[in-house]
Design a protein around this ligand. Structure first.
Ligand code: EZ4
Ligand code: CO
Length: 410
C-alpha cells in the first residue's frame, strides 16, 4: 500500500495570492488541492502546515472519506471557512491522486459525464449603460452564452462588481475585488439608491440584447429580506436567471419572507462552508441554486453530498468560480459539475496569464461551455519554480459603509 509521504503548502502571487496543497505518495504520485481564502490566506496555510500535514503522513491516500471524517470530526472544532478550506484542499488532492492512480479523470470516478460541457457565465460590468453594453458585447464575442450584469449606482463611488474605470479588457478580465495593501479599502453604499437603479439597468439590457440571453445579478449580501423581496419583484419582468446573495443568509429563515414576496430565482452559498448552512434553505426550497465552491465547502466529497441532498428538492448547482478560486479549485468544480445530475450553471472568470503560467490547466472553453478535459486526475500541473518567483503580498477585500459611516455588509 502506498502511503502519504510528503505534504507541502505552496503560496504564490501571480497577480493575486493563492494557497495550494501538494500531497505526495510513497509511489511518487502527487495531488493538488486549492486552499485559497481571499484575504485570509495565511491562516489556512498555517492550519495545513502546522496542524494537518503532520497527521496526514503515513495515511492511505486512497481512503478519501475516512480522511475527510478524520479531519472534520478529529478537529473537534467544527465548520468555519478556515477549517473547511483546509479539509477541502486535502480532499481534492486525494481525488487528484486517486484519478492519476486509476488513469482516469476525476469526473469518471464520480460517476461519469452527464453532459457534453458546462454552461458558464461571465461578468459584464460598466460605470454606465454604454460601458455595460460594450462589456456584454465583449463577453458575447468571447463565446459567453450567459452573462452577469453589475453596474455603478448613481451617487455612489466604486461599488462591488464593477471593473475599475480605465482598466483594459486584458487587465480587467474580469472584476477582481481584492486590492493589494496592508488594510482593506472602503466603499460607500446606499441600498435604496441601488434598488431604484437596478431595474432600469435590466430594462435597458433586455431592450438592447433581447429576451433570450440568460442574465444574472449579484446582490452581494446587502438587502434585508423585505428589500430583497421588493427588488426581486421589480426584476420579474426582465426574466433574471438568478438574483444572488440577496441577503446575508446567516439567518436562513429570512429567505421565507423573500419567497413570500417574489418568484425571482435565488442563488446563495458562496460563503457557506458545510451542508448545515444550507439545511433550512434546501429542505424548505428557499433557494434555486447552490453557490458553494469546492474550495470553500469541504472539497468534492462534501459538496457532492450537498448537491445530492439538493437534488431531492430540484435545486441545482451554480458553483462559485471567481479568480480567487485557483485553477485547481476551478478544475475540481468542473469535474463535479460534469458528473452530477443537478448541474445548473458554472461561474467562469479567466485567470491572468501569470496565474496560468504557474497553474497549467487542461480544461477547455468552447462555444460557451467548459469541460474539465480527459487527463488523469484533475488535469492541473503546478510549476513550482514559476510559483516561487511570485511572493505572497497582503491583499484584502474592501469593506462597506453606509453614507453615514455605519459598517454594512460588503
Ligand atoms: O466577492 O470571490 O459572485 N461572486 C462574488 C465574488 C466574491 C469574491 C470574494 O472573494 O461574489 O466576486
Ligand atoms: Co457572489
Amino acid at each position: 500500500m502506498a502511503t502519504i509521504e510528503k505534504v507541502d503548502v505552496l503560496i504564490t502571487n501571480p497577480t493575486r495570492n493563492f494557497v495550494t496543497l501538494k500531497v505526495t505518495t510513497s509511489d511518487g504520485v502527487t495531488g493538488l488541492g486549492d486552499a485559497t481564502v481571499n484575504g485570509r490566506e495565511l491562516a489556512v496555510a498555517s492550519y495545513l502546515r502546522d496542524h494537518v500535514a503532520p497527521i496526514l503522513i503515513g495515511r492511505d491516500p486512497e481512503q478519501i472519506e475516512d480522511t475527510w471524517q478524520y479531519l472534520y470530526r478529529g478537529a473537534y472544532w467544527r465548520r468555519g471557512p478556515i477549517t473547511m478550506a483546509a479539509i477541502a484542499a486535502v480532499d481534492v488532492a486525494l481525488w487528484d491522486i486517486k484519478g492519476k492512480t486509476a488513469g482516469k479523470p476525476v469526473y469518471q470516478l464520480l460517476g461519469g459525464a452527464m453532459r457534453s460541457g458546462l454552461l458558464a457565465y461571465g461578468h459584464a460590468s460598466g460605470a454606465d449603460i454604454p460601458q455595460l453594453f460594450d462589456s456584454i458585447r465583449e463577453h458575447q464575442a468571447e463565446g459567453y452564452r450567459a452573462i452577469r450584469v453589475q453596474t455603478a449606482v448613481p451617487g455612489l463611488g466604486q461599488v462591488y462588481g464593477v471593473a475599475a474605470a480605465g482598466s483594459t479588457a486584458q487587465s480587467r478580465y474580469d472584476y477582481e475585488p481584492a486590492r493589494p495593501g496592508l488594510r482593506p479599502t472602503e466603499e460607500g453604499w446606499d441600498t435604496r439608491a441601488y434598488m431604484r437603479h437596478l431595474p432600469t439597468v435590466f430594462e435597458a439590457v433586455r431592450g438592447e440584447f433581447g429576451p433570450e440571453i440568460p442574465l444574472l445579478h449579484d446582490g452581494h449580501h446587502r438587502m434585508t429580506p423585505n428589500q430583497a423581496g421588493q427588488l426581486g419583484r421589480s426584476l420579474e419582468p426582465y426574466d433574471v436567471f438568478w438574483l444572488e446573495d440577496c441577503t446575508p443568509a446567516e439567518n436562513q429563515e429570512g429567505l421565507r419572507r423573500v419567497r413570500e414576496l417574489t418568484s425571482q430565482p435565488l442563488a446563495i452559498g458562496e460563503i457557506f462552508n458545510t451542508v448545515w448552512d444550507y439545511q433550512t434553505l434546501i429542505t424548505e426550497q428557499l433557494i434555486d441554486y447552490v453557490r458553494s465552491a469546492v474550495t470553500h465547502t469541504g472539497g468534492i466529497t462534501h459538496l457532492k453530498k450537498i448537491m445530492d441532498f439538493a437534488s431531492i428538492y430540484q435545486i441545482k448547482s451554480g458553483f462559485h468560480g471567481p479568480t480567487d478560486i485557483s485553477p485547481v479549485g476551478q478544475a475540481a468544480a468542473l469535474h463535479l459539475g460534469l458528473a452530477i445530475h443537478n448541474f445548473g450553471i458554472q461561474e467562469y472568470m479567466r485567470h491572468s496569464d501569470e496565474t496560468l503560467s504557474v497553474f497549467e490547466t487542461s480544461y477547455t472553453w468552447k462555444d460557451g461551455l467548459l469541460h474539465p478535459g480527459e487527463n488523469p486526475g484533475l488535469g492541473v500541473e503546478y510549476h513550482e519554480d514559476a510559483g516561487a518567483s511570485y511572493e505572497y503580498s497582503p491583499a484584502y477585500l474592501p469593506v462597506n459603509r453606509l453614507l453615514d459611516g455605519t459598517m454594512h455588509d460588503w
